[in-house]
Design a protein around this ligand. Structure first.
Ligand SMILES: [Mn+2]
Length: 355
């Protein structure tokens, strides 16, 4: 966890900012982190980052466009050198809050960096979602449900789950497991709506962000209205597509002996982390590898207990590969021509470990 001093520092940065821009990872943890900080301060605008794995230099134009005086970067493990070069030229303060651990991460001196997975704020390394860290900063009780949504989407069960249950018993179930709530309750449905909503085209995402910056309760998201019609339409559309891929993956019916479930797909939209999350929830004993083919690259999403070292090891001899994330939830990219090599490496290492 961050230390109380670090939390206080972030709060001071937030108070000092007049017109911050919040760049956030394009998922629920990123989104909810932004919403908590924005709604508590009443300031600034949010920009989801769609470049992967790093925040690209091109995004700096948003800083100019919005005339931002502060930059917050939320839940993003890598930021390109070019982006920071622009920041340095304009001399704008940066607050970067993350919970990933990646060997390639470079943090320039002028950046205020907060990451309990790397720094030992209170003496212990930890991996709470950035939503959880953001809530420690804002502590705005009315937004506790937003904090819960960001946390369970990242498979993290916060201690305040019962407070949300007290407030919205009709939206919760009795699961003790973050994904049990995510896949099995109405509050989880809100989380899934937001996740797919982020995959809409930019104009609609902006509409959604505006709606969420003001929304009062999860009911206002669940109930279709003129304000969120687009968001619901998009959810139904993507959910249909998602279910098709999920059913296809489930039809692979891995045998008991098969330790790894590989699922490969293509198309106009990456649904990899959603697919690998749900597959790992349905097959808790298996290692899940979801491969999305896009252009010359394969984006890979991996779930499995303590799988990080195996992943890092299996991309070692592959040029231009990237890999990183958490102990049991990670992403990687390799060039298409290296995909078979990657799979072979990965399978060999897994069978070595489990023989
Ligand atoms: Mn994230």
């Amino acid at each position: 966890m961050l230390s109380s001093q670090q939390i206080k520092e972030i709060r001071e940065h937030l108070d000092k900012a007049q017109n911050p821009v919040f760049f956030f990872d394009n998922d629920q943890d990123g989104l909810c982190s932004f919403l908590l900080l924005q709604r508590a301060s009443g300031k600034g605008k949010g920009v989801p980052i769609r470049s992967f794995p790093s925040l690209d230099k091109d995004y700096f134009r948003k800083v100019r466009e919005l005339k931002a005086d502060y930059i917050f970067i939320l839940d993003k493990p890598l930021v390109s050198k070019g982006f920071f070069e622009e920041v340095e030229k304009e001399n704008i303060p940066v607050v970067w809050i993350d919970h990933h651990q990646m060997a390639e991460t470079v943090v320039p001196d002028f950046v205020n960096y907060y990451n309990p997975a790397v720094q030992t704020g209170d003496g212990k390394k930890s991996y709470e979602p950035v939503t959880y860290l953001s809530y420690s900063v804002t502590q705005k009780k009315e937004d506790l449900w937003i904090a819960l949504i960001g946390c369970i989407s990242d498979k993290f069960m916060p201690e305040f789950v019962d407070d949300v249950k007290k407030e919205f018993p009709e939206l919760m179930n009795n699961s003790k497991d973050a994904f049990g709530i995510f896949y099995g309750s109405q509050i989880g449905r809100v989380a899934r709506i937001l996740g797919f909503g982020l995959k809409d085209k930019t104009t609609n995402v902006i509409l959604m962000l505006k709606f969420l910056m003001k929304v009062r309760s999860p009911h206002d998201i669940l109930e279709e209205s003129s304000k969120n019609k687009q968001m619901h339409e998009r959810f139904d559309q993507i959910y249909g597509k998602y279910q098709k891929f999920l059913q296809k993956a489930l039809s692979l019916e891995p045998s008991e002996e098969e330790k790894v479930l590989f699922f490969q797909y293509g198309g106009d939209m990456s649904l990899s982390s959603d697919l690998s999350n749900e597959l790992s929830y349905l097959y808790p004993e298996k290692i899940i590898v979801v491969i999305y083919i896009s252009g010359v690259k394969a984006n890979i999403s991996i779930r499995g207990k303590k799988i990080k070292n195996i992943l890092l090891e299996s991309v070692k001899n592959i040029e231009n590969a990237t890999a990183g994330g958490h102990e049991d939830a990670l992403g990687a990219t390799v060039r298409i021509e290296d995909l078979e090599l990657f799979k072979k490496n990965f399978e060999n290492l897994v069978s070595e470990k489990y023989k």
